[in-house]
Design a binder for this molecule. Structure first.
Ligand code: ATP
Ligand code: MG
Length: 298
């Protein structure tokens, strides 16, 4: 879950998608890669309690990811926690050779133990996020339905393109944009949603995450919304997202070149064939302008 923009729903998506995937029978490891430790807290753990965390995995070659992983209240969902010490990793690793590959190395250790690893990134494009991007096969970008969403997205997609050029082999194959804080009843939200779909086409997940107060409450109870408010709209949205992901995540036994591309899956290079630049899109097909006075209602 990556987006350098803060507060767009990365952690909420990481925690609840992981829980939904576990509920559907997958063995999941959620890796908290954000020094704010919100995923750790959101799953009911005290970040300061752990003698070893993801920080040690990145900074000490002798600490394995399996050494730091802990169980959560959700069956089949484990957590690799972190705490504020991880903030120091950015500086400490600055001069380390291969600093972007440390998490990828750590992940090899848990390959057999889990079906899926979900990584919650911090709101920055630093060493931590680079580690996540380099070691991921699929990236999900939560995009708050918001007028300024596109600028940050452009920078993120450019970073992704650079990583794919620079790191070989790079396993990153797919990208999916997830619209969050959606409010179907406001014209503004509908218009931004429509524009993003026009620009990015099938990169956008069919599933959207609606604004739902239960999603905001659940972390204070230290549990995912799936158990906190199982029948809520938020829980239903994240169950739908997990189902959509499982349709699109290729089986690990399929060789990469034979993977069937479905749903959100698309060659990343396709993103940069000009389709997503708003100006060009608007020239080809004018879209209804967004009325700023609608912003209040969001
Ligand atoms: N769909 C939603 N409806 C209502 N509240 C939400 C929703 N998604 C997230 N929130 C709340 O919005 C805030 C920001 O969400 P979250 O922490 O998931 O974003 P983030 O991208 O991880 O932020 P950061 O960049 O700081 O890590 C949190 O208080 C969260 O509980
Ligand atoms: Mg977060």
């Amino acid at each position: 879950m990556v987006n350098q923009k803060g507060g767009c729903g990365k952690t909420t998506t990481a925690v609840n998608t992981s829980a939904a995937l576990a509920e559907m029978g997958k063995r999941v490891l959620l890796i908290d890669l954000d020094p704010q430790a919100h995923a750790t807290i959101g799953l009911g753990h005290d970040p300061n309690f752990f003698p070893r965390t993801v920080y040690d995995v990145l900074t000490n070659a002798h600490t394995r990811l399996s050494d730091v992983a802990v169980r959560t209240g959700i069956g089949r969902l484990d957590l690799a926690p972190c705490n504020v010490l991880l903030a120091g990793a950015e500086l400490e690793l600055a001069s380390t050779q291969g600093k972007e590959l440390l998490l990828a190395r750590g992940l090899r250790d848990v390959r057999e133990a889990y079906d899926l690893c979900v990584i919650d990134c911090p709101p920055a494009l630093g060493v931590l996020t680079l580690n996540a991007l380099v070691s991921s096969t699929d990236i999900i970008v939560p995009v708050q339905v918001h007028y300024y969403a596109l600028e940050g997205l452009r920078r993120l997609l450019e970073t992704v393109a650079i990583i794919r050029q620079r790191f070989h082999p790079c396993s990153m194959d797919n990208i999916g944009l997830l619209l969050t804080f959606v409010e179907e009843r406001t014209t503004f939200s509908r218009q931004v949603q429509q524009q993003l779909r026009e620009i990015f086409g099938d990169l956008v997940f069919d599933t959207v995450i609606h604004r739902n107060v239960r999603l905001a409450e659940a972390p204070s109870a230290g549990e995912p919304v799936l158990t906190y408010a199982s029948q809520s709209k938020g829980a239903a949205d994240y169950r739908a997202l997990a189902a959509e992901i499982l349709q699109t995540v290729p089986s690990t036994t399929e060789p990469a070149e034979e993977r069937i591309r479905r749903g959100i899956q698309k060659q990343l290079s396709a993103i940069f064939q000009g389709v997503w630049i708003p100006k060009r899109q608007r020239r080809q097909k004018p879209v209804e302008p967004i009325r700023p006075q609608s912003i209040e209602s969001t």
